[in-house]
Design a protein. Structure first.
Length: 491
């Protein structure tokens, strides 16, 4: 560790307090800003797909359904790809805390664009701003939560589970409210409500920033002025190339999710190589990064199924689910709020379980294996639903979403925690971004896979994907002892 890094770590070490259910008080602020960001993010995403493929007479844009699902998948993937840029900005330019603040402002601006700018122009501008901002909030809020705990603090996984509860409160309430607003007042009012939610999150975060006690206030490895100019110029060239390819039709709505998968894959390979070959990474840290690779792969598989909540499951809710509720047809977006109910109900129980078990709890690789296989079981459960248009019972989907939630709680908050524990000191925030890059690949894949879904013949779709996920989980479980050795004492 360089003298500069040592000074920053010394100044940013938070008080070892237990004011929030046995956790640092600063966790409440990070909990809150992430909750409001997720309210706006999932509230908007709850109506985004149907906005794209509903006819213009129904207030939508009339895009072909498969293409619309690909756009949603690609957008979701870009959100997580942007965590790399945001993590780099935090580590080398602004520090995690300021990057988080500016990112939240970008999210609000994007929702405003969706609300006030009509047509595909508003979609393009709005989704780009939201993708960049949401990636910044996700990577840096997570990194800051990790900074509240020492590496071996037994409260760490429990703290991330509580933080994850805030995410799911926002994910639950957002689609419920925006769905009602959309059906009553139109899509653009739904997007406006999402902007208001992020605005409330910004106000809350600003008022209580002092509780962080300087955590993440400065970059650990600041750039020189010369390097800032170099990277700024490179970014401008990259943007120009992307714009030119889009103008030439090479990048288009039909292939956007596939391109996103390719970009995320290449970025992941490069990122792993950069970290593994860095002179700032010692031998113990390098082994831990190697241990992260099979977990990364399992995460991609998990998220390629889970993120279909926003693609295939949304279509399923629109075309296959009986949404009649006491004579009232509830909004399609409400389907996306079912899974967060389970997570909110289970997050506290999981946090308490890990705290109670302490060193006797399953290792992180085993939790990953269970979570990945669990998603496969959830997809196989769709095969038990009755066929036909709008015939699938809500109770059946509720049960399946419960399996989704249990699988998510086994993998997602544990993955966030594990990324901070296995991270080399020189790549602290960027390791969190690397985990989110696995989510990017999976999310973009969810859009690409959705193109093959056919509600009239859905058995092969759910059967194949379900069996693949179960197989990946089984292989990871078998490899757990070897992975644990590489983790060098991290559990």
């Amino acid at each position: 560790m360089s003298p500069i890094e040592a000074e920053v770590v010394s100044q940013e070490k938070p008080p070892h307090d237990r004011a929030f259910f046995g956790h640092p008080l600063a966790l409440t602020n990070l909990f809150g800003v992430e909750m409001w960001e997720r309210f706006s993010f999932y509230g908007m995403q709850g109506i985004l797909l149907i906005y794209l493929y509903y006819s213009t007479t129904d207030g939508g844009l009339g895009i072909e359904r498969g293409t619309a699902a690909g756009i949603v998948g690609a957008y979701g993937g870009l959100v997580y790809i942007s965590t790399i840029l945001a993590a780099w900005m935090a580590d080398r330019v602004l520090g995690a805390e300021r990057t988080l603040f500016y990112s939240a402002f970008l999210v609000m601006t994007g929702h405003i664009a969706l609300a006030v700018i009509p047509g595909l122009t508003g979609v393009g501008i709005g989704l780009i701003f939201i993708a960049l901002g949401a990636g910044g909030v996700k990577a840096n809020a997570t990194s800051l939560v990790g900074d509240l705990y020492d590496e071996h603090d037994v409260r760490r996984d429990a703290g991330f589970s509580l933080f994850y509860m805030g995410i799911n409160i926002g994910a639950l309430v957002g689609p419920l409210i925006t769905g009602v607003v959309q059906t009553s007042f139109g899509f653009h009012m739904g997007f406006a409500l999402a902007a208001v939610g992020m605005g409330l999150g910004l106000i809350q975060y600003t008022v209580f920033r002092k509780n962080l006690h300087g955590v993440g206030s400065r970059p650990l490895d600041p750039l020189s002025r010369q390097l800032k100019l170099y990277y700024g110029g490179s970014a401008a060239v990259f943007v120009a190339i992307v714009v030119a390819l889009a103008a030439a039709g090479v990048i288009n709505a039909e292939n956007l999710s596939d391109i996103t998968v390719g970009v995320a894959t290449v970025a992941a390979i490069i990122y792993f190589l950069v970290i593994l070959t860095s002179r700032q990474v010692d031998s113990v840290e390098r082994k831990r990064v190697y241990a992260f690779i099979p977990l990364f792969i399992a995460s991609v598989v998990f998220w390629s199924l889970f993120q279909q909540i926003f693609t295939v499951i949304t279509i399923y809710g629109d075309t296959r689910l009986n949404r009649n509720l006491f004579g009232w047809q509830f909004p399609v977006s409400w389907v996306q709020s079912i899974e967060p109910v389970w997570v909110i109900a289970g997050a506290g129980a999981f946090a308490a379980l890990w705290t109670k078990l302490g060193p006797r709890q399953p290792s992180s690789p085993m939790k990953f294996a269970i979570g990945t296989a669990g998603m496969g079981v959830a997809f196989l459960a769709f095969l038990l639903m009755p066929p036909g248009v709008n015939t699938a019972p809500v109770i059946g989907l509720i049960i399946i979403m419960g399996i989704f939630a249990a699988s998510e709680l086994m993998l997602s908050p544990i993955g966030l925690s594990l990324a901070t524990k296995l991270a080399p000191k020189a790549f602290h925030t960027q390791m969190v971004a690397l985990f989110f890059l696995s989510v990017a690949m999976g999310t973009a894949l969810s859009g690409s896979l959705a193109k093959f879904y056919d509600e009239a013949n859905e058995t092969p779709y759910f059967l194949i994907l379900g069996l693949v996920a179960i197989a990946v989980g089984a292989v990871l479980a078998a490899a757990t002892p070897a992975i644990k050795k590489l983790m060098g004492g991290v559990t």
